[in-house]
Design a protein around this ligand. Sequence first.
Ligand code: HEC
Ligand code: HEC
Length: 410
Amino acid sequence: MIARRTSRLALSALFAAVVAAAPVPTADDLPVFSEGDRRVILSMGQLASLVPDSTNAVADDPRASELGQAIFFDPGFSASGAVSCSTCHDPAQGFTDGKPVAIGAGVGRRNAPTIISAAHQRWFFWDGRIDSLWAQALGPFESPLEMASNRNAVVARILDEPEYRRRFEAIFGALPEVPDAAQVDRAFARVGKCIAAYERRLVDGPAPFDEFAAAIGRGDAAAMADYPASAQRGLMRFIGPRGCWRCHPGPLMTDGDFARLGLPDPPGTPGDPGRLEGVRALKRDVFRSGGEHSDDPQGERSALAETLTEDPELFGQMRTPSLRQAARTAPYMHDGRFATLEAVIHFYSEMPGVTEEQHADPRLNPLHLKEGEIADMAAFLRTLCGPGPAPELCRAPDWAPVRETSSASK
Ligand code: HEC
Ligand code: HEC
């Protein structure tokens, strides 16, 4: 920290001297990264490898992933026959939908996050009401606002569609012709486990920022210079004093935890309870990782959920999102209220409408950024996307019984 201050002071003194001597345009000045900065940048640039998920025995089984992929793109699992997971998590739009709040069978109240790298999360949804990727996949089938179906119909479709049934039974063994309620629940959970196996493969390749971090690691000045000056300045601000990375650290640019920004609610609305409702819902969920459908009910994930308490302080907290795909996933925030990254950064800059009553997180204080600094920060955030998941994961597999609903058909 001190080293950085000194070097920046030294740099600005140097610049003052240079500027006094000749009218050099300073807009393109490059920040000087201290040893401490370099360490932080390296910690953000290493793409984490995925940890195993012991609650899902087929998490890394390619047969499960392929079946899950077909189901993901199949609108036949919705009541109307028109909505699939890919309706709201469209590969052509960064696995989200570009809308402020999701629209399926009805209009939802929250913004659809991307699924790219979702497998790295500890808690799922904005309020963290689910604690495993496979259990997450079960909610949309039964949500009246999303696919408006139910578990009986989902399992019936697996039984009735020969290709699904054959593949499902090859993984999990024979399905009863007329399953009872407990057997339906078990098969339904397994459908979620196949979808999760697919989602675990939705990861991104190296982004321009990762190339820059690697160049810093090697001390390769030529490669470092390929990274835009404005993104470098934005990065400096991101990791600087009172910077964003306190909540958005590491390669995914999130601490995986929950925070309250104090975003003012539209007048006359009760406000989204966020994490408080999420903790309550998780404790009741039959598909939680400590429950009977988990393949490791005594494992680390369920132990984590055991520690949660329904603390009123959690009201209004949302999961700090990963910023990895931010350039692809407008609009922003849990309710999609901001159309652009600049608008998000402007919020952090001035925190308009945030009053005492909103209990904004103490780590936040208005940064009062200048227009150029807002543009720099946005430029940095735009360098966090790589080429996206492999193309063969961005559509239904060739054998799938239903193959429309890619973005091209909408
Ligand atoms: C109608 C639109 C819609 C459909 C259909 C839909 N989703 Fe979502 N999805 C959303 C919204 C909105 C959220 C965030 C909801 C929340 O946080 O309360 C979400 C959240 C998620 C998340 C959580 C990501 C994270 O980082 O926590 C995953 C994973 C996901 N959906 C997968 C799926 C799967 C799998 C399907 C199909 C079985 C599906 N979705 C169908 C809109 C949709
Ligand atoms: C106190 C923790 C905290 C700090 C500090 C913080 N954020 Fe966030 N950030 C969050 C949370 C929580 C959300 C989601 C809030 C919501 O939707 O209600 C969020 C949302 C975002 C989003 C929207 C992402 C999306 O997909 O919708 C962006 C972009 C973002 N932050 C960037 C930044 C930048 C840039 C800074 C520094 C200027 C910063 N954040 C500082 C916690 C934080």
